[in-house]
Design a protein around this ligand. Sequence first.
Ligand SMILES: Nc1ncnc2c1ncn2[C@@H]1O[C@H](COP(=O)(O)OP(=O)(O)OP(=O)(O)O)[C@@H](O)[C@H]1O
Ligand SMILES: [Mg+2]
Length: 345
Amino acid sequence: MYVELKNVVKTYDSYRAADNIDLSIEEGRLVALLGPSGSGKTTILRMIAGLERQNSGDIIIGGRVVNDVPGSERGIGFVFQNYALFRYMTVFDNIAFGLEIQKQDKQVIRRRVEELLALTDLTGLEKRYPNQLSGGQRQRVAFARAIAPNPRLLLLDEPFAAIDAKVRKDLRAWLRSTISSLGVTSIFVTHDQEEAIEVADEIVVTNHGRIEQVGTPMEICIEPKTPFVAEFIGRGKRVSNIGAFRGFARWGHMAAIIQPEFVHVYLPGEDAGASGDALQPAIVQDVAFRGANWALRLACCGEELSAFRSLEAPPVHPGDPVRLSVSRAQGIAGEQTEPLYPEGT
Ligand SMILES: Nc1ncnc2c1ncn2[C@@H]1O[C@H](COP(=O)(O)OP(=O)(O)OP(=O)(O)O)[C@@H](O)[C@H]1O
Ligand SMILES: [Mg+2]
């Protein structure tokens, strides 16, 4: 394990911002800390970076307990949410900053900065100042500056938060391939589940200062271990009585989360194939265009469901009576969850 947190607690007054955090991260992994606002993501990152001191517990990096090691000696690169570039320094000098501090040879610095400019696709912009760059370019400068001294561990706090949607998507893909080509262990914070799912090898879901679940993006999406994760990931709706849905009667009044991917909607007369027997009536409440499909809100069995509908299927409208089947739900019993499939499947 390259990074380990053991029983780490951080309190602000009486509030536990990090509540007994146990976490192990393998060398070379790209890990996302994902959770709602205030769940402790930045606190965890800042403790690893040595910018914040835990009240108790151990932080281990590369096999060494670093509790008493200052941040500057932990071999870490940090990319902050709002770039935090030096405004009065050129792109070149920003990237060279960490190397200047290490008092490296001028020739060595020049070569390294040129290499990083190429890696971050900023060649030709080295004489510019931060205010002469776009948001995406600034963020790449911040990235280049963080990795210039060859850190063993890279920490990124919401690196794309201030960037518009399209550039953000490009940067995600870029970050993923750049980090994996460098092979540097990286932890990045986000509250955007799509971002975590797309970028990370492994996702750590945080909630109220605790870790709810650690897993690959697929495990987090398909096998949520806690009610919180089941509800937080995806665009599912919580129903209080799964037993009311066709095929789920044996679970009675159990609560469940139903994800839109598993709700199949048919207009009267539309071929429902194999799910024909399990259909039940529903009313379309709302239809919204989502670019790749329609997002539907439906009333069914006294509950509200969401579903997607292909742009190629006949359109549905609010108020339309339809029929639907549910092919999977995530049942919630106390603090546990379990996947539920309708009878006969
Ligand atoms: N310096 C501080 N003093 C007091 N409370 C703090 C301090 N820093 C953070 N907190 C509290 O600790 C909790 C966790 O904060 P943290 O910044 O780690 O959340 P986060 O998950 O990064 O949230 P966001 O997504 O909004 O950035 C919050 O309730 C916050 O108010
Ligand atoms: Mg934060």
